[in-house]
Design a protein around this ligand. Sequence first.
Ligand SMILES: [Zn+2]
Length: 213
Amino acid sequence: MKKMLIMGPPGAGKGTQAEKIIEYYGIPHISTGDMFRAAISNKTEVGLIAKKYIDAGNLVPDEVTVGIVKERLSNPDCKNGFLLDGFPRDLKQAEMFSDMLKELDIKLDLVLNIHVDSEKLINRIIGRRICPNCGRTYHITYNKPLKEGICDECGSTLIQRKDDNVETVKNRLDVYAQKTEPLINYYKDLVYNVDGDRDVDVIFNDIKKVIGD
Ligand SMILES: [Zn+2]
């Protein structure tokens, strides 16, 4: 089984594919975002440290992020493969990650890079609507509810997330292009580029071919 990273700009569908991969292959999904949320709600030592930075509106320092990833990768369930998501975010973290892999004697096999061009991403994100009650997501063009503005599942009125506006999205894409995109070159021997502008299942079939059995 493969030891993998998944990357892609906001709105490219990375989360959806990550879910499919971990379910199909039965490997752990190592998401730094989820780990921090869990650590904070469980009030672990690292959770308390992270919370201090987040509450102050600062980024969690690399050492803390690297620490939480290292602890997770040392778990026996990662021996047979894992999917790392949301880390590393930039070159500095990638270098720290390379050192960590050496220490843990882990060899990374594959970097899945889901790409969609910016115009399309902006369109995807600003058209997104969510149900505040059950969490189901829709899109005003690509994934319409049966009745406009109403959740199919529970009948609640759909809302647009505050962050899903053009300005914020452009800013997020710029940060991604500047900080995270250089990793594609850093990992160039391991990268498999996935065209994310296709049907969810078509994308997943493509990913399955490269991961294998
Ligand atoms: Zn709903």
